[in-house]
Design a protein around this ligand. Structure first.
Ligand code: ADP
Length: 287
């Protein structure tokens, strides 16, 4: 496997690469991760079963699109493919450090720059991708409320039902979400899509980086909402974001609706207390 991955890296970069060392990296939830090196180059590699190649192909495209904006540091993707029973993605290796309040302020500023950077006139994406390991559907839509209600909330509720989740009637919730978002017409922004603290880091030089995206064109508020789902990023992050592109006043009211998507996805991935958390949000929405 490693020989074939090295050959693909050589072919992509046009420079011969032979792996002299590889070590396993912890921290991921879905794939096996490695740092592979020759004497002077390092790459980050994620490995999964061959049938997961579409997940890596979508990650590759998302990283590349975000990288191309040159707004926020993203590990530059190199290649992805299949070797034998495995699929893989290779990207730039980054050395992470702690970061300080200046790093977090820059993280907010650069994320706002990403959100401002690409003008799409529709919501969705060029292909489906995944959120964690759950499929994420991205058919093009001109209507944000409809897109979010059907492709995000409705889709997760149908999965939850199959998983035995006891949430209220899907159609009723989807209709209510459309009503809530009916008068909100955000511009489509290229969003990270899965911006929890595990997917935000700083290099040893203190430069902010975002990783492991579930990219699409959506309301920028979905990224901000997710940063707040598990306790919030440092205050400097929100300062940097709002100085660059202030959030709309209605954001506070939409936040828990946007995070319902991730809560339902967590129920579908991990079960447990997320059912209770999701049900409470839904009851509030319907009341
Ligand atoms: P998974 O897709 O399995 O969730 P992640 O993309 O979250 O995996 O990566 C797993 C861990 O590897 C991260 O928590 C991070 O610490 C580290 N990592 C991710 N990308 C890089 C990179 N480009 N360079 C170095 N380390 C990385």
């Amino acid at each position: 496997m490693w020989k074939e991955i090295a050959a693909k890296i050589s072919e992509t970069t046009g420079e011969s690469f032979e792996i002299t060392a590889h070590r396993s990296i912890g921290g991921g939830s879905i794939n096996q991760s490695y740092c592979i090196s020759d004497r002077d180059r390092h790459y980050f590699v994620k490995i999964n079963q061959a049938n997961q190649i579409e997940m890596f192909a979508a990650e590759y495209l998302g990283l590349q699109q975000m990288y191309d904006t040159q707004t926020i540091r993203i590990p530059q993707p190199l290649c992805c493919g299949i070797t034998g029973e495995n699929s893989f993605i290779v990207m730039e290796w980054l050395e992470f450090g702690r970061g300080d309040s200046r790093s977090w302020e820059l993280m907010g500023k650069h994320l706002a720059n990403l959100h401002q950077s690409q003008a799409s006139d529709r919501f969705g994406w060029t292909r489906n991708n995944t959120i964690g390991s759950t499929p994420q559907m991205n058919p093009w839509s001109e209507n944000w409320g409809q897109f979010f209600a059907e492709q995000r909330i409705g889709f997760q509720l149908r999965l939850a039902k199959r998983r035995g989740g006891k949430f209220p009637n899907t159609e009723q919730v989807v209709t209510r979400v459309k009503e809530i978002l009916a008068s909100w017409q955000p511009q489509p922004s290229l969003v990270h899509g899965d911006l929890w603290s595990g997917n935000a880091a700083c290099t040893v030089e203190g430069e902010p980086v975002i990783l492991d995206p579930a990219t699409y064109w959506g309301d920028r508020e979905v990224d901000l909402a997710m940063t707040e789902l598990f306790g919030g990023f440092p205050a400097a992050f929100y300062r940097g974001y709002n100085q660059t592109w202030p959030l709309d006043r209605g954001y506070e009211g939409r936040k828990s609706l946007y995070n319902l998507y991730h809560v339902l996805n967590h129920f579908n991935l991990f079960g447990g207390g997320y059912e209770d958390q999701g049900s409470k949000t839904i009851t509030r929405l319907l009341s």
